[in-house]
Design a protein around this ligand. Structure first.
Ligand code: GLY
Ligand code: MN
Ligand code: MN
Length: 436
C-alpha cells in the first residue's frame, strides 16, 4: 500500500475530528510466547489503517490545524543492538522520512510530551477501553494539566470514542484496499482448489491445512486471516473447529473454512465437498439446499438493500427446504418466526470483511439494519449442521455439516463475488475431483 493512501485517510480523519480537537491511537504490543520467543506480531488494524507503520510500542497523534505538523508519531528510537538481533526498525528519522510523520518523538518521552499536546483541546478522540494502559495514561495526563489550571492551563473536557469515525471509514473500501482484498481472495481461492485436488481418504485434516498454508506462503501471503478450519464428517458441526486432527474417510464431507491475509486484508472462504469426490444422495440434497440459500442471499446484495435481506432470504430457502425434506414440520412462516431452523442453522449469513475477518462497522443505525452501499464488503455463508445425535431426524441426515462462504463486494450496480475462483456447484466440484 502506498504512503499516499495512508495520507488520504489521515486527511479524512483530521476533517472528521475538527480543529481544536485531538485523536490518539496506539499500536499493538508484542506478546511473549515463552522466554525469548514472542508470538508473531500483528499490527492493530486501526493503527495500521492510519499509519502503515508496522512496529509495536508506538502511538500516533493527530492534531488538525497544528502549525508545527498535524501528524505526530511516538515510536522506538533506533538502536544498533536491536537492529542486529531483531532487524530493521524505523527510528525517529525513519518515522518522518518513510512514514510521512510531521514530527516523531521517542515513545519513552510520552509522559513528558503528550500533556502539552492535550492542553487546550476540547475533545480527545481515542479507542476508549481497548488498551487499559492508554486509558490510564490519558487520565493521568489530563489530571496533570488540571493540576496546573491556576497557571491558566485548560484540560480537555470530552473523551470520545474514535471507533465510530474510524470504523465508518474502514467500512467503505477504496480502490487500493480492493486490490489487496482481491489478491487475498484469489490466492485463498486457488489454495482451496489445491486442497480439493489433494484430498484423499486416509489423509489427516492437518495435511489439508498444510496444503492451504503452503499455497498461501508460496504466494507471499505469510499470515492466515484466522485459524484454518478443516473439519471432516461430523467435526463440521462444530462451527469453529480448529483441532484439525481427524482422519478423512470416504463417505464423509470435508468442510474447509480458510483465508489468507494480504498486507493486513483478509479473505474468508468456506467450501464443503465429498472426500471420495462424489456426493452421496443425502449429502447432495442438503448441499444443493445450502447452495440455493447462498444464491438467494447473494441476489439480495445491491445498493439500497437492507443488511439483513441476504440473511432473511437464506433463512427462507433453508426453512422451506427443511420442511420439504421432513426435517422440520409446520408452516414455513411460523417456523421462521419461531426460529425453528436454528438447531440446524444457528449463525448469521455473513459479516463485514476487511482488515479484520469479522470487520468493523455498525450493522444497525438508530436500531434499524443499515442499508448496503457501494464499497462495502461482506461474506455470504449459509450452512446446515445436523447434529450426529439428533434423534428427531432420519438417520441418513445425521452428522452432516456444511457451509458455503464467499466474499462479496457491493458495487454501484449490484455486487461482485471476489472468491468465485473455487468451484461450488455439485457438478463442478465432482468434475474437479475426478481429474485426480
Ligand atoms: N472464518 C470465520 C467466519 O467465517 O466467520
Ligand atoms: Mn465468515
Ligand atoms: Mn469463514
Amino acid at each position: 500500500m502506498k504512503q499516499t493512501e495512508f495520507k488520504k485517510r489521515r486527511k479524512q480523519l483530521m476533517q472528521r475530528i475538527g480543529i481544536g480537537n485531538i485523536a490518539l491511537i496506539g499500536s499493538a504490543s508484542m506478546h511473549t510466547r515463552n522466554r525469548d520467543v514472542d508470538y508473531p506480531f500483528r499490527q492493530d488494524s486501526d493503527f495500521y489503517y492510519l499509519t502503515g507503520f508496522n512496529e509495536p510500542d508506538s502511538l500516533a497523534v493527530f492534531i488538525p490545524g497544528r502549525e508545527q505538523g498535524e501528524y505526530i508519531l511516538f515510536c522506538r528510537e533506533f538502536d544498533e543492538k536491536k537492529a542486529l538481533w531483531e532487524g530493521a526498525h524505523a527510528g525517529l528519522e525513519g518515522a518522518t522520512q518513510h512514514y510521512d510523520a510531521d514530527d516523531a518523538f521517542p515513545i519513552a518521552d510520552l509522559d513528558d510530551i503528550l500533556p502539552s499536546m492535550l492542553e487546550a483541546k476540547t475533545k480527545v478522540f481515542y479507542p476508549i477501553g481497548r488498551d487499559p494502559e492508554l486509558d490510564h495514561s490519558l487520565l493521568e495526563w489530563i489530571n496533570h494539566i488540571r493540576n496546573q489550571s491556576r497557571s491558566g492551563l485548560i484540560a480537555p473536557g470530552e473523551l470520545i470514542s474514535l471507533d465510530h469515525i474510524l470504523h465508518e471509514m474502514r467500512l467503505f473500501k477504496s480502490a487500493a484496499e480492493l486490490k489487496l482484498m482481491r489478491r487475498a481472495a484469489e490466492v485463498s481461492a486457488a489454495a482451496h482448489v489445491k486442497a480439493m485436488q489433494s484430498c484423499k481418504a486416509g489423509m489427516y485434516e492437518y495435511q489439508i491445512e498444510a496444503e492451504l498454508v503452503y499455497h498461501f506462503i508460496q504466494c507471499g501471503l505469510r499470515a492466515v486471516a484466522y485459524p484454518s478450519i478443516v473439519a471432516a464428517g461430523k467435526n463440521a458441526c462444530t462451527l469453529h473447529y480448529t483441532e484439525n486432527t481427524g482422519k478423512l474417510k470416504n463417505g464423509d464431507l470435508l468442510l474447509i473454512d480458510a483465508g489468507a491475509e494480504c498486507d493486513h486484508y483478509a479473505a474468508d472462504i468456506t467450501r464443503t465437498f465429498p472426500i471420495s469426490g462424489r456426493f452421496s444422495e443425502p449429502q447432495k440434497i442438503l448441499y444443493q439446499l445450502v447452495l440455493d440459500a447462498q444464491t438467494a442471499a447473494i441476489e439480495q446484495i445491491q445498493p439500497g438493500s437492507s443488511w439483513i435481506a441476504p440473511h432473511d432470504a437464506a433463512v427462507e430457502v433453508i426453512t422451506k427446504g427443511l420442511v420439504s425434506l421432513g426435517l422440520l414440520k409446520g408452516r414455513v412462516k411460523n417456523l421462521i418466526k419461531k426460529e425453528k431452523y436454528k438447531p440446524f442453522y444457528m449463525h448469521r449469513t455473513g459479516h463485514w470483511l476487511g482488515m479484520d475477518v469479522h470487520d468493523v462497522g455498525d450493522y444497525k443505525i438508530n436500531q434499524e439494519w443499515r442499508v448496503l452501499e457501494a464499497g462495502m464488503l461482506l461474506t455470504v455463508e449459509p450452512g446446515l449442521y445436523i447434529p450426529a445425535d439428533c434423534k428427531t431426524v432420519d438417520e441418513k441426515w445425521r452428522g452432516i455439516g456444511m457451509r458455503i462462504e464467499d466474499d462479496v463486494l457491493v458495487t454501484a450496480k449490484g455486487h461482485e463475488i471476489l472468491t468465485g475462483g473455487v468451484p461450488k456447484t455439485i457438478a463442478d466440484i465432482e468434475a474437479l475431483m475426478q481429474v485426480n
